[in-house]
Structures are given as C-alpha cells and as structure tokens.
Design a protein around this ligand. Structure first.
Ligand code: F0G
Length: 360
C-alpha cells in the first residue's frame, strides 16, 4: 500500500517522459537520495509486470507470481540501479562511468551513459557474456574491454582503476545501485498489498537480494528471502570464495560476491536461505517457463524458479519469483537447448504438410 502519492510530471524541467509509466526516481523520489530539480537520467525503467504463473502455482501448491524485470528498458533489473547510479554520477560531475560485468550491468551502464552523453567503459570476462548483452553494450557506444579472467578479477581491476582515476564506479558496490534496485520490492509490496510471504531470487554479486531486503524492510515487510546460486558458482552456500566459478547461467558466474555479508543477513534475518541449484535444474526451469508459462527469461533468472521447484514454497501461500533478465539476452543458450527442432523443407507441399501436421 502506498503511503504517499507520486509527484506530478515533470519533476525535472524539460523531462521528456510521457504516459503513465513514471521513471522510478520520480515514482519513489521520497525514498531515494535525490532532490527535486536534480537532473535525472532515465529510460522510464521500473513499474514492471507481476505475472501470475498458473502452471507453477499448481506444481508447488501456492500462488506464484513472476516479477518480470526483463521488461525494463535494457531487458534486466539493472536499469533500476543504473538510473540512480548514472544520475548521481552526472550530478557529481562525472564524465565517465565504468563497471565490471557478466553482461547486464554493462548493457545497462552503456545505455544510461549514452542517454547522459557521457563515456562508458566495461570490463567483461572474455567469451563468457551472452551475445545479446555484448550487442547492446556495443551499440550504445561503450568501450568494451575483454579480460582473460573472470568477473571477480574484472571487478578487482575496476576498483583499482577508479581509485586512481576520476571515473564513477557503477557496480553494486555503489550504494545508488542498491537504492534504485530496492524499488522492485516496493512495487511487489504495493501490488500484493503487503501479502508477499516468500521471494525467490537468483544471486550472483548479491546486490539484488540486498536491495530487495532493504526495500521490504523500508515498507515494514519481511517476506522470507530465498536466494539461489548455481552449483559451480555458489560461494555463499559453501562458505568460501570460488576461484574458478562455472555455470551455464553466465550472468551469475561469480565466485566472490561483494555483497556477501548483506546477502547472508537478508537470508538469515528473513528466516530464508541461500541455496544451490544445478545447471540441469536451471535449464529445466528455463524450459518450463518458456514452454508452459509463455515466459522467456535468461538462464540466470530461471535459477529463482529452479529453487522454488527444488525446495518448495516453504509453507508460503503468496510467492514471487524474480525473473531478472529477458531470454533474448542469450540466444545461444536458447538455440543450443532446442537443437534438432528445426525442420527444413524443400518448396513442396508434401514434406511441408508432413512437417506441420505429422507427429512431432
Ligand atoms: N540475474 C541476472 C540476469 C543478472 O545479470 C545478475 C547479475 C543476477 C541475476 C544476479 O544479481 O549480482 O545482484 O546478485 N549480473 C551482474 C552483471 C553481475 O554484471 O550483469 P546480483
């Protein structure tokens, strides 16, 4: 339930937004570290759908909803944090931003930097980011550095670099990222009128679970927080950093999350848990979401649903799974997991009829 009213548009002079879809800094300006008159860098992010999932609901015996964060402008939840991080960087006079990324943060930073008219550089693990994310980052004009190393090493480099140069760091070590991302919890809380009992969410660098917990706490809510890591990249579950993390869910291929303590606190304080799901379980959930619920998310996002299917709803009746990014981000994984399903035909009715009408 909302205890305040959104401000009338435009809050910012000359803001070029229209319709009912209010940029999230404006929608939640009373709960975010911005003042009226601050110049906001926005692509009209947030206000994403909360979709009922009838098939999953039946499978787990609870009402399951999917928070569709892929509906954000660059196709992932990162835009919530990025509108805040880039707006703050611009306010503070930054001319450039930088991040380490498994792909989505890079795509988002590149888009918001383009919108702001500032420079963006990203450092990504070579060959380990999905094609869609690379395409986005390039079209927005970011400088792309690939590293013969993993995300954790890229982040170490970026932190050293920003300590020595006046470039704003927009990874989730940046508090503005956490502040922006907490708004997804506000939206869920408002939509379900405080009724959410358990949240299922993938965990990589652990910024997002930290943000949701902060957001729910600010609303006076305390759903159980269930975070999921991929088996080969589950430092929070095994209790120590993983030097060589591996998983099909490239977005969460992270061995040493920066928000480690915050994520553990979210799980413990909410009486939830951080648990592990295998790549097989992630891909099964990914396919089920697409085949049965009509929802195409990226593999990392399916970790939330894989966790729900593996561990159950834990007595909760109102469950939300966060689908953090769009399926189109990662066409390689989609196609590789549907091999042999394309039927090629000559321009002849017989074989075409057989292909269309015959047994699958
Ligand atoms: N899902 C997707 C699609 C992601 O891209 C990420 C993180 C996560 C889940 C995990 O969120 O890190 O806050 O725990 N992606 C970062 C990136 C690391 O660089 O795009 P987290």
């Amino acid at each position: 339930m909302r205890d305040y009213e959104p401000v009338p548009l435009p809050l910012v002079e000359g803001a070029a937004y229209s319709g009912t879809h209010v940029p999230l800094i404006e929608r939640y300006h009373e709960r975010l570290p911005f003042e009226a008159g601050d110049k906001l860098v926005s692509l009209q992010e947030g206000s994403t759908p909360l979709l009922r999932a009838p098939v999953l609901s039946k499978m787990v015996g609870a009402t399951v909803r999917l928070k569709l964060e892929g509906a954000n402008p660059t196709g992932s939840f990162k835009d919530r944090g990025m509108t805040c991080a880039v707006s703050a960087a611009v306010r503070d006079g930054a001319k450039a931003v930088i991040c380490a990324s498994t792909g989505n943060t890079a795509a988002s930073a590149a888009a918001y930097a383009a919108r702001a008219g500032i420079t963006c550089a990203v450092i990504v693990p070579d060959g380990k980011i999905a094609q869609g994310k690379m395409a986005q980052t390039l079209v927005h004009g970011a400088r792309v550095i690939t590293l013969d190393g993993n995300f954790d090493q890229a982040l170490t480099m970026v932190r050293e670099l920003t300590a020595a140069h006046p470039i704003a760091l927009v990874n989730s070590v940046n508090e503005f990222r956490i502040e922006g991302q907490k708004t997804a919890a506000f939206e869920i809380h408002e939509a379900l009128e405080g009724g959410v009992e358990a949240l299922y969410i993938p965990v990589g660098n652990a910024g997002n679970i930290t943000s949701y917990w902060r957001g729910f706490r600010e609303m006076g809510a305390a759903p159980k927080m269930f975070g999921f890591q991929a088996e080969g990249a589950a430092p929070l579950v095994v209790g120590h950093p993983i030097e060589h993390p591996e998983t099909v869910a490239s977005a969460i291929r992270i061995g040493n999350p920066v928000r480690w303590e915050d994520a553990m606190a979210a799980a413990t304080d909410s009486r939830g848990a951080i648990r592990v799901v295998s790549d097989r379980e992630i891909l099964d959930a990914y396919k089920l979401l697409a085949y049965r619920e009509g929802m195409f998310c990226e593999p990392a996002s399916a970790a939330s649903v894989a966790g729900l299917l593996k561990y159950g709803a834990d007595g909760a009746e109102q469950v939300v799974c966060v689908l953090t990014g769009r399926g189109l981000k990662d066409p390689e994984t989609a196609i590789a997991n549907n091999e042999g399903r394309v039927i090629s035909c000559p321009v002849e009715m017989g074989p075409i009829e057989e292909a269309v009408l015959g047994d699958p």
